[in-house]
Design a protein around this ligand. Structure first.
Ligand code: TV7
Ligand code: CA
Ligand code: ZN
Length: 421
């Protein structure tokens, strides 16, 4: 179909640090950075990027410049254009995107949002000193949700560095879509870790995009409310936040449909509180019209898309009943508006499904349709017995009757009337 907006190609920049899978929250903790390594291995083995071995050397070879995100000067820019042309000519398999190892975020980057005191503490804390060091207005780092695990600060430099690098790449105009699966940590507050999140890479990424773009849209499909991002921009009309989440006796407890922002930001926070068991069909009767209306009215220059995979069926913590196709449909719908997108990860606790979702969504952004049979990959045993690129629905009840979802949609459209066209 020549008129299909998903048909045309986009320049995709993918950010991955080979060390990210080596960080561990404590034993038994549901958050597993290893899922990002699994995703990358599946992405590689599907042929979406050139390095199949995840520990491929970064020096030498054609891809070496791309792996070091240090483009500077005219020469680099020219080479960049040539690289893209090669990639586009190369299709249909092979190099569908540029792979970058992101720079690490430093304390100056992090304190664009967080307080100096909090970041100093985060850098200094160790599993042994956590109890003694926390307190004095800086909460969490001792509880079970946000433990001071070995290397917690380094982990944050990777996660935040990826989203910052990705945002800088979009700002430079040399990519249309940038991906950082190590990001999406939407609960972190100015001076507080919360819900497995320590540094809010999303807020940092949005602040970077705001240097260039008058308006930035944030969309959050994680099953949890994107409270940290919402709070950071609750009083501004330059960032619109839209979170779809499970609501009612569920973490973090915020995100009522009536919470829409304050001061200049009134009307610029959108909350879609859903009940458990939601299916693809129900989800998209609200996701698509709400996102379309927001984009039509707000006219964002860039979109940050948080693709938390805990909204998939069978997630250990989630409770929704979305399939892989339904989840991925969020990504293709957002892509179809042809606005620069920074796509990040987030939650996702049944890790084989996280790897499938984020692989499929990477491919969608590249405009590539992947075969259902999984290619052989390092983590093959996780994907048995079917070895398919699928997440199937279960027979749980959908506690979102059509009348409920329709009333929500109406209330949200009513709120959106405050936004000038
Ligand atoms: C973005 N749910 C993050 C989502 C953050 C959810 C919570 C757990 C949990 C933590 C564990 C653990 C767990 C089986 C699940 C009120 C509490 C209840 C800690 C046990 N098992 C994202 C955060 C949420 C930690 N927190 O949006 C270590 O579940 O509900 C709560 C708070 C107090 C603390 N306890 C849970 O997806 C990335 N935590 C096992 C070991
Ligand atoms: Ca959400
Ligand atoms: Zn979540």
């Amino acid at each position: 179909d020549l008129n299909d907006p998903n048909r045309s190609s986009r320049r995709v920049a993918y950010y991955y640090d080979h060390d990210v899978g080596n960080y561990h929250f404590f034993l038994g903790h549901p958050m597993k950075p290893h899922r990002i390594r699994m995703t990358h291995n599946l992405v590689s083995n599907y042929g979406l990027c050139d390095e199949v071995e995840e520990d491929a050397p970064e020096a030498g070879g054609e891809g070496s410049r791309a792996l070091n995100d240090v483009a500077s000067g005219m020469d680099a820019e020219m080479k960049d254009a040539v690289q893209w042309e090669k990639r586009i000519a190369h299709g249909p398999r092979g190099k569908h995107m540029q792979v970058f190892r992101p720079r690490r975020a430093n304390k100056t980057d992090m304190t664009r949002f967080h307080t100096d005191e909090y970041i100093d503490l985060l850098e200094a804390v160790t599993p042994e000193t956590a109890e003694a060091m926390t307190g004095g207005g800086i909460r969490c780092l001792t509880g079970e949700d946000c433990p001071a695990f070995e290397g917690v600060f380094e982990f944050c430099t990777i996660s935040a560095g990826g989203s910052l690098g990705a945002a800088e790449k979009l700002n430079s105009g040399s990519a249309d879509i940038a991906v950082n699966w190590a990001g999406g940590l939407h609960h972190a507050k100015k001076s507080e870790a919360s819900g497995f999140c320590y540094v809010n890479d999303i807020v940092l990424g949005i602040l970077e995009l705001l240097r260039i773009h008058p308006r930035v849209l944030y969309i959050d499909v994680d099953v949890h409310h994107g409270d940290g991002v919402e709070e950071a921009f609750y009083t501004t009309d330059r960032v619109m936040t839209a979170s779809f989440h499970r609501f009612g006796e569920f973490f973090p407890g915020t995100g009522d449909v009536r919470d829409t922002g304050i001061k200049r930001g009134k009307g610029y926070a959108v909350n879609v509180p859903l009940r458990d068991g939601i299916t693809d069909a129900t989800y998209h009767t609200i996701f698509k019209p709400v996102i379309k209306e927001i984009i039509d009215r707000f006219q964002p220059g860039a979109i940050v898309l948080q693709m938390g995979a805990d909204s998939l069926s069978g997630d250990k913590l989630g409770g929704f009943n979305m399939t892989l196709n339904g989840h991925a449909e969020c990504a293709s719908f957002v892509r179809s508006f042809n606005i620069p997108v920074l796509m990040v990860g987030g939650g996702g606790y049944t890790i084989k499904n996280v790897a499938k979702a984020w692989t499929k969504e990477t491919a969608i952004m590249c405009g590539v349709d992947l075969p259902e049979d999984l290619p052989y990959n390092r983590y093959m045993e996780y994907f048995g017995p079917r070895y398919k690129l699928e997440v199937l629905p279960t027979n749980v009840d959908d506690h979102n009757p059509p009348e409920y979802v329709e009333a929500l949609r109406k209330a949200i459209f009513e709120n959106l009337k405050q936004i000038p066209h």
